[in-house]
Design a protein around this ligand. Structure first.
Ligand code: PTJ
Length: 236
């Protein structure tokens, strides 16, 4: 769909179009459209911008990934559709592996996402041949690779399902997420929670200096909730 340059919600509509295209290309799941709608609602509450609290978490995430022995970025159908080029650049900056790992898993969608990422300059993308399983998750959702997510010490799981984030945390990995919903189970299971839209967070993480000085995730999530509540009070 063509969106006029003058449309006040152009950016948001273009982002939606990427996901609709993702569904049409067999990359994004239909449930991914619903997940994005939930994210958009929270983005409205933040004012559709990266708040300083989120930037703090982004810096801490960059530091944790740079300090890791085996950092891995998990890719799902929404991440692939929204930020294919930037997520590859981020893996490059952080010397991280990329692994396609899906909630609504089908072999066909995994292959299409790998091809899509290769088209955007990615290489050695894991996930096509799972040979390990995250304990505590039922069969398909737990599949992963030994080389990637299974042996990762630090894992970035943007837009993740709560069960899987909790299962990764039980494996004693440092779990980083990007999730616009500060109330989600994933947001609360993670060690570093970036409450920001992935379309802003990943480009930010390409530029920001790493720093975890004084970072405390529980405190950070509380600050996000306070920010939203004060903003709404102001608007009311
Ligand atoms: O491609 P698959 O099969 O792996 O499925 C991917 C989805 C996202 C459908 C799947 O993981 C899922 O159902 O996730 P949830 O449980 O809906 O959680 C996704 C979280 O991401 C929610 O808390 C949303 O608010 C949040 N979210 C959605 N869009 C964005 C977002 N966070 C940051 N940026 C977004 N653009």
């Amino acid at each position: 769909m063509d969106i006029p340059e003058s449309h006040p919600r152009r950016l948001s509509l273009m982002t939606r179009n990427k996901l609709v295209d993702g569904v049409e290309k067999g990359i994004t799941s239909k449930a991914g459209l619903i997940a994005h709608g939930r994210g958009e609602a929270f983005d409205y509450l933040l004012g559709e911008k990266t708040i300083p609290i989120a930037e703090r978490a982004e810096r801490a995430a960059v530091k944790a990934m740079l300090d890791a022995d085996n950092p891995v970025i998990s890719i799902n159908g929404n991440v692939a559709a929204l930020v294919p080029t930037d997520i590859i650049k981020l893996a490059d900056r952080l010397s991280a592996k990329l692994e396609v790992n899906l909630f609504h898993r089908t072999d066909e969608r995994i292959s299409r996402i790998i091809e899509w990422l290769e088209l955007h300059g990615g290489s050695d993308i894991l996930g096509g041949k799972p040979d390990a399983k995250i304990p505590g998750l039922d069969h398909a959702r737990g599949l992963c690779t030994e080389e990637g997510i299974f042996s990762a010490d630090v894992v970035l799981v943007p837009l993740e399902d709560g069960d899987r984030a909790q299962a990764l945390s039980k494996m004693e990995k440092t779990v980083i997420t990007i999730d616009l919903n500060p109330l989600s189970r994933t947001a609360n299971a993670a060690d570093i929670t970036i409450v920001d839209n992935i379309v802003r967070a990943v480009p930010n993480m390409l530029e920001l200096e790493p720093s975890d000085a004084g970072f405390d995730n529980d405190h950070n999530i509380s600050e996000v909730l306070r920010y939203i509540s004060e903003r709404l009070e102001g608007l009311a």
